[in-house]
Design a protein around this ligand. Structure first.
Ligand SMILES: [Cu+2]
Length: 364
């Protein structure tokens, strides 16, 4: 597959990241890469074999075996997304949607570095001057398990104060989520108690500005006993307020974005569809980072046979045509599709979908 520039222009990208991407590309699985280096080295090294293991590991499930990575070649497709917002394949690399395995370590050590110089390519010719928690927008998926100990450090390399707010943690705001001045760092240790799909973000005032500028990511807390294997993808819906080449602060306050996107870039998965094999279990981890709009998450041509509200398996409901996800809300949406074809994923608030929140799911 092509290996052009990353979706978020990350000039500060480390040699480790670049080498790792080359390695993954060589094995043809760059699209399945753990997005970024914020997990410790233990997460990065061996992730290829762990990925394979996570896809084939049996938990007594009755689902059809999952397709191998090699079968999932990226293919361009025509789709219902606004054609004006579809980025050509040339010089673009989609934000990875596949997930890191949760890992067996009981202690998860995570270090993130705040940046104020993270450019995200929202669509062709629109480069948003964002802020980020780890050099990418959205920030990397953090995946832990109930009962783990999470040792997290935030280093503020930006030129103003920032902070961290883990929705997956029980921690007092005034102690855990206070603003860290430039050049300083802050560490917090917490234990996930509830499984789910949670938001983490900067909470420094004006928070709408810090979130709209890109300071958010998804935390997945796996239950103590893993869910059965599935083709897993992560999707973060969010908004960008950018008009005439400048940040639209009025729109930010009014909640009228120019772009509504999945994983930072409008319609990027039209050229790089998410792939699943007919008959295999598809599990979508969905977070609505907002900061302002609701998501009416829907798969065109498909019904989610089970949805775990907030990503907690105890919140199972069945047969969803649409999933209502509030700003900061999360969900796990599962389905098994038996007929090959295209199943676009959208927010069914079509005014927002037409601003970029369309992803193509291709069943082969
Ligand atoms: Cu911030």
């Amino acid at each position: 597959m092509e290996n052009p520039t990353p979706p978020n222009s990350q000039e500060e990208e480390t040699a480790t990241n670049i080498n790792r991407r080359n390695l993954l590309t060589r094995f043809g699985i760059a699209g399945l890469a753990l997005p970024a280096a914020t997990y410790g080295a233990a997460y990065l090294t061996g992730s290829r074999s762990q990925q394979g293991a996570s896809l084939s590991h049996a938990h007594g499930n009755h689902f059809q075996p999952l397709a191998s990575v090699k079968e999932l070649e990226h293919i361009s497709v025509e789709g219902p997304g606004n054609p004006a917002l579809v980025i050509p394949k040339k010089n673009f690399r989609p934000y990875p949607t596949a997930l890191p395995p949760v890992g067996t370590e009981k202690v998860k050590t995570i270090v993130q570095e705040v940046r104020s110089d993270t450019i995200v390519q929202v669509t062709e010719g629109v480069n948003y001057p964002g802020w980020s928690l780890d050099g990418k927008i959205p920030a990397s998926v953090i995946r832990v398990r109930v009962g783990d100990t999470v040792n997290y450090t935030l280093k503020n390399q930006a030129n103003q104060g920032h902070s961290i707010d883990f929705h997956a943690a029980n921690a007092p705001w005034n102690k855990a989520f206070h603003t860290i001045e430039p050049g300083k760092e802050f560490s917090i240790s917490w234990k996930p108690q509830y499984p789910g799909v949670f938001m983490y973000h900067c909470v420094t005032p004006l928070t709408v500005q810090h979130v709209a500028n890109g300071m958010y990511g998804m935390t997945i807390v796996d239950p103590e006993e893993s869910l059965p294997p599935a083709r897993e993808y992560a999707i973060v819906q969010s908004e960008f307020y950018f008009k005439d080449g400048a940040i639209d602060y009025d729109g930010m306050s009014a909640g009228t974005p120019q772009y509504v996107v999945f994983n930072g870039t409008a319609n990027q998965y039209q050229n790089y569809p998410l792939i699943a094999k007919a008959g295999e279990r598809i599990r979508l981890y969905v977070l609505n980072a907002g900061p302002n709009l609701w998501s009416a998450f829907h798969a065109i041509g498909a019904i989610f046979d089970v949805v775990y509200t907030e990503g907690n398996p105890r919140n199972a409901t069945y047969g969803h045509q649409v999933v209502n996800i509030a700003p900061a809300g999360g969900a796990i949406c599962e389905m098994t599709l038996h007929e090959p074809g295209l199943y676009p994923l959208v927010t069914h608030s079509f005014a927002h979908a037409s601003r970029g929140a369309v992803a193509m799911l291709k069943v082969i």
